[in-house]
Ligand binder design. Sequence first.
Ligand code: AR6
Length: 170
Amino acid sequence: MERIQLFQGDITQMHVDAIVNAANKSLLGGGGVDGAIHRTAGPRLLEECRKLKGCETGEAKITGAYKLPCRFVIHTVGPVWYGGEIGEAELLANAYRNSLKLARDHQLKTIAFPNISTGVYHFPKDKAAQIAIRTVREFLSNNALPETVTFCVYDDENRTIYQDLLKHEA
Ligand code: AR6
């Protein structure tokens, strides 16, 4: 089976080993996918997140998943887009890479990513998708775990972008 998969829908309903949360540095919840994950997981996720004392941009931390159907949540913080001149691309790549490292180090086989930074943080969707796919492909070529990575797109624009990039850059 292809090690990179594409799925359109709600990441909170995915039965994978870990879903990735596009969080903020506080790790104390927010809107977008972060809000959806905390709503579905229930209040014990926030309790565990409080103990983590936040997370730097580009870093990642792992928690339990509580009422979510997955086993773990990997919380990462993507960069806010300020025009692309202050290292946003590298920080976004770090967010993907550090999430993948955590999954590997916990022996996780399946992981799903939302389109980190492309909502409230305004990273251009096409650029973000290129970075996401390049970073995941490079990691998978050097690591046996995770076995499969699913890009969970939510909006149609991201779906089209990912379909095109995954087709043409295989
Ligand atoms: N499942 C999958 N993807 C989703 C879902 C969902 N249920 N809901 C939204 N998306 P955003 P960011 C997509 O704004 O840009 C939060 O307040 C959405 O369409 O959630 O990294 C945090 O606390 C978009 O493509 O994350 C931070 O403060 C993608 O998820 C801030 O937003 C990311 O959009 C992080 O901003």
